[in-house]
Design a protein around this ligand. Structure first.
Ligand code: GAL
Length: 967
């Protein structure tokens, strides 16, 4: 049976029809990493799909499939004539790969999200900050049909984000120059659209040489693309703002709807809003009338009082659905279903952050969107999985550094209960950048997870009058769109300058400078503050001895950037100060680029609490001990497999949130301590192989236990998924861990051997192992284990079935993993179109008194005597005479190689058809009718001439489509 995915997951099918979203804990069972002796340091697999993300706008359809891609630039042919130059600047006449007719048949087929940089090798001379990966320029193209029934509707194309500078053409007209990799690009296709069988062609040139960051930014169409069609008067994209407020007399939701019209008269409409609780029950409703001016925008506002709603919180992120409908002429013309949450927030200068009037310390991490194997092109499910890894560590806050996040990340944050510091990319109040900032706020202001807006990260102008002027404006624009959240700026210094931007934001954001917290607070006792970035410590996952020569940083939490601090010490400074709202560790995960502290051959950062794959470093347990309050934690570092180390002093760290811990080696107590939850407990003992175990107690009772054993040599491989089921929709994705086990089935933390994979029923879209020094490709079917672990990212094929993965390594028993692929309904995709080439643009001679030669052509500079006509436009009945219709076309590769068929759907008048001066077809009946001819093979330009004899009383010429079909 095939079921809609969301029905499967949200029992009551609430998103689709009935109501709001239940507070489903995503990835339910994967909270705790396994910590038994010799266990894999990853969670146990779960046997259910993650919940589907909300569908806010059912009128839009994904356009992620069916793109073609060309790496490198495509130079258009030089403009060698006056006429070519004249035409080149006319609407619809994009040149080269931007041209509608461009032959892209040898381009590579790709699906989105796509990051072409993640396919690149590491090259020493390439930019260090971008991870030594050449990025360059690339092109994408996509063709699609629009049903004639859509004529008259508003049609919108949206690119979620393009790295980095993009120029976009639709049907040969340039429609956007977008100079940022982090904002959506929305294109009103309505005036450009073609309906029926004719293709609409989107071409995108992406210049990823341009950089907006000092980290790996990927390249290309790395977020979703959507095509929406709406009623002529409709709700604008991001046009619903639902903003729950708690007033004197209780909760209410002020709702505003921005409406947009493509109609050339004013339209009276009604906006209806309903609030649905998590069970889909209507708990409030209202309506408002307004007039949307012709071809312009209008607004409607109403207010929904809500008695005693369930609150959204970190622990229980309850979501309601605000369902807004636009009614025109008695019909529902448009609808949006926006998840919202009821919560209050406040930053207090003395006591930090309050959610729902309860203090909540921000236990946050900074994130770049980047993962092993896939780079920035992270499938939605993997974005959610990464957040779940953070949740398992007690993290409750995310900073989208240093740019607008992919919108699905915020959907996950709403759902999982994260608090988000949402950051703007460019510090610049010029109109283009103002538009980016305002877009960010409009897009994200309904998310209950978002708790503050950051206008910048570390700007040298932060302590200058000019910087203050800039922030003043930017903060003002943010507040004009959303007065419910504070504005911050992530400053790295200038806190004490007589003039500095902290004076014009609501919350001072401290990047580093932790030694200044107290002084700042004393001097500014009324100013709320948070760490916006801290730590910047270095660890290599699974390594416990620093070796600068080999670019290895120990995982004992002893190395940090000069401007930063160790994980423990950075958090201690925050934890011990109520006035510091919280912190955001740099970073939750390692990322490509900005390789610190080592550069080439290191290609990734060492900052992560987890590595590039999401495998935990010791920092994970450090934060788990400090941050998790609702379950006991105990963990030990290092692993306990150190052949050759026997008798040597070995440092052991125990991390726990208990009261007391006991450390045992081979059954004997070797240490006992009152838990230091923030700094951990350490002792140095002589290494002896066997079993090391830590037991945590609370109130004298054992509450948790962790152990490592000395394991034997690897004898077999093991494959461990995050989930045993996947959705057969080609969109789902999950990370699968590869490790080696000893004869007793225990994880071998020291294995560093090459593993190879095969897969059936899915595809491996990336591989990684978390080694920041590895130059192995991140695409393909093999990867070496690094300190015991490697990872593949798997995407399922479509439909119900199995996914079978096999891993092999020389001398080891192979591993086979079988996953169930559930028959879920894939999300709709705009259908892929391929096939006929349209011969659309023709020149038409004046009416000629004598029968012309088929070679008759306009003079090179004639832009007026011969008309520009499009196939399908009849020449109205006129006096007797002849006209020549002439087109110069370059058939596509398949036709050039094997020949094709030239089809004129309908020609009026008696006509003869000529290709390159040869007669290929004749039509003697003047009544409208088709003409077809064989187009012989051959490369290059072909001249097609149609000579039409007008009969004086009928419409003549090219009455219908003209196409070339490959043979
Ligand atoms: C900060 C910056 C981050 C990153 C980090 C490394 O100054 O905001 O983007 O570069 O340093 O420590």
């Amino acid at each position: 049976m095939t079921v809609a995915r969301r029905d499967l997951l949200l029992g009551s099918a609430v998103v689709g029809l009935a109501g709001g979203m239940a507070p489903v804990p995503a990835f339910a069972a994967s909270r705790r990493p396994a910590d038994g002796a010799g266990a894999l340091p990853m969670p146990e697999p779960v046997d259910q799909l993650p919940p589907a993300l909300p569908v806010q706008d059912a009128a839009r359809v994904l356009m992620d499939r069916g793109w073609v891609f060309h790496e490198g630039d495509v130079e258009p042919a030089p403009l060698d004539t006056h006429n070519a130059t004249y035409l080149s600047v006319k609407a619809g006449n994009g040149r080269g790969a931007a041209a509608v007719d461009y032959d892209d048949s040898d381009w590579q087929s790709v699906d989105l999200p796509h990051d072409w940089a993640s396919f690149q090798p590491f090259v020493k001379t390439a930019n260090v900050a971008q991870g030594y990966r050449p990025r360059g320029i690339g092109w994408y193209r996509r063709s699609f049909r629009l049903d004639p029934a859509l004529r008259g509707r508003r049609i919108e194309l949206e690119f979620g984000g393009i790295a980095t500078n993009a120029t976009i053409w639709v049907n040969g007209s340039v429609v956007s120059h977008n100079f940022s990799g982090y904002n959506a690009v929305r294109i009103d296709l309505t005036p450009f659209a073609r309906f029926g069988d004719e293709a609409n062609v989107v071409a995108v040139r992406v210049d990823a040489e341009a950089m907006e960051g000092w980290w790996y930014e990927g390249a290309g169409l790395y977020r979703h693309v959507w095509l929406g069609h709406y009623a002529p008067v409709s709700i604008a994209t991001d046009g619903v703002h639902g903003d729950p407020r708690k007033g004197e007399s209780g909760w209410h939701v002020p709702v505003t709807a921005t409406l947009t019209s493509i109609v050339d008269t004013d339209s009276a409409v009604t906006v209806e809003a309903r609030l649905l609780d998590p069970q889909g029950r209507v708990v409030a409703q209202g309506q408002a009338q307004t007039t949307v001016p012709a071809l312009d925008e209008g607004k409607a506002a109403l207010d929904l009082p809500v008695a005693d709603p369930m609150l959204w919180s970190v622990e229980r992120p309850t979501l309601y659905t605000l369902d807004v409908r636009l009614v025109r002429d008695g019909q529902v013309a448009d609808e949006r279903r926006v998840p919202i949450g009821f919560r209050t927030l406040r930053f207090d200068a003395a006591n930090g952050f309050f959610l729902n009037d309860r203090p909540v310390k921000l236990k946050g991490v900074c994130l770049h969107q980047d993962h092993a194997g896939v780079g920035t092109a992270i499938p939605d499910a993997l974005l959610g999985w990464r957040l779940d890894r953070l949740k398992a560590m007690g993290c409750n806050a995310i900073r989208s550094s240093h740019n607008a996040p992919t919108p699905e990340l915020l959907d996950w944050c709403d759902r999982l209960g994260f608090l988000v510091m949402n950051e703007n990319r460019q510090f610049n109040p010029a109109p283009e950048y103002r538009a980016q900032l305002e877009w960010l706020v409009r897009r994200d202001r309904n998310h209950p997870s978002v708790i503050m807006w950051s206008v910048f990260n570390e700007e040298p102008m932060q302590g200058t009058p000019a910087g203050v002027e800039m922030v003043k404006r930017m903060a003002h624009w943010v507040r004009a769109l959303d007065d419910s959240r504070p504005v911050t700026a992530a400053m790295n210094g200038a806190f004490f300058n007589p003039v500095n931007v902290a004076q014009v934001v609501d919350v001072t954001g401290f990047n580093y400078y932790q030694g200044d917290y107290d002084r700042y607070h004393q001097l500014n006792p009324a100013k709320p503050m948070t760490s916006s970035e801290d730590t910047s410590a270095f660890m290599t996952r699974g390594a416990f001895e620093s070796d600068p020569a080999r670019h290895i940083a120990s995982s004992y939490d002893v190395e940090a950037a000069s401007w930063g601090d160790t994980h423990r010490s950075a958090w201690k400074k925050i934890a011990e100060r109520a006035f510091v709202a919280g912190g955001f560790v740099w970073t939750g995960f390692d990322y490509h680029g900005e390789p610190t502290p080592y550069e080439w051959p290191s290609i990734a950062s060492f900052f992560g609490i987890m590595d590039l794959c999401g495998f935990p470093k010791t920092a994970f347990d450090i934060h788990r001990a400090a941050w998790v309050d609702d379950q006991p934690v105990v963990a030990i570092a290092p692993h306990w497999s150190w052949p050759g180390r026997e008798g040597k002093p070995t440092k052991v760290m125990v991390l726990s949130n208990g009261e007391r811990v006991v450390l045992r080696l081979n059954g004997k107590t070797v240490g006992e301590a009152v838990v230091d939850r923030l700094m951990g407990n350490e002792c140095t003992i002589p290494y002896a192989p066997g079993r090391i175990e830590a037991i945590a107690y609370r109130g004298g009772r054992e509450v948790a236990r962790a152990a490592h054993e000395t394991v034997g040599v690897p004898v077999a491989l093991r494959l461990t998924p995050a989930r045993t089921v996947m959705a057969g929709d080609t969109e789902d994705a999950q990370a699968i861990t590869i490790d080696a086990v000893d004869a007793k089935g225990r994880h071998v933390p020291t294995a560093n051997l090459m593993t190879r994979f095969t897969i059936e029923g899915g595809a491996i879209i990336g591989v990684g192992n978390g080694d920041p020094n590895s130059h192995e490709p991140e695409k393909g079917n093999q990867r070496s284990l690094f300190n015991g672990l490697a990872q593949m990212i798997v995407r399922p094929d479509i439909g119900r079935g199995r996914i079978t993965i096999r891993a092999t390594a020389d001398g080891l028993k192979p591993a086979t993993l079988k996953l169930d692929r559930l028959g879920v309904m894939p999300r709709a995709q705009v259908a892929v179109m391929n096939g006929d080439m349209d011969v659309r643009e023709w020149r038409r001679s004046p009416l000629l008194a004598t029968r012309p030669s088929p070679d008759l052509a306009p003079a090179a500079s004639d832009n007026n005597g011969w008309a520009f006509v499009q196939a399908g436009t009849p020449t109205p009945a006129e006096g007797a005479g002849w006209r020549v219709y002439r087109a110069v076309v370059t058939p596509r590769r398949a036709v050039a190689a094997r020949g094709g068929e030239l089809r004129l759907a309908s020609v009026g008048g008696m006509a003869s058809l000529w290709v390159d001066g040869q007669l290929v077809a004749e039509k003697r009946d003047p009544k409208p009718g088709p003409m077809t001819a064989t187009l012989p093979s051959g490369a290059g330009k072909r001249t097609v001439a149609l000579i039409v004899a007008g009969m004086g009383n009928i419409d003549s010429g090219l009455l219908g489509r003209v196409t070339i079909r490959p043979r």
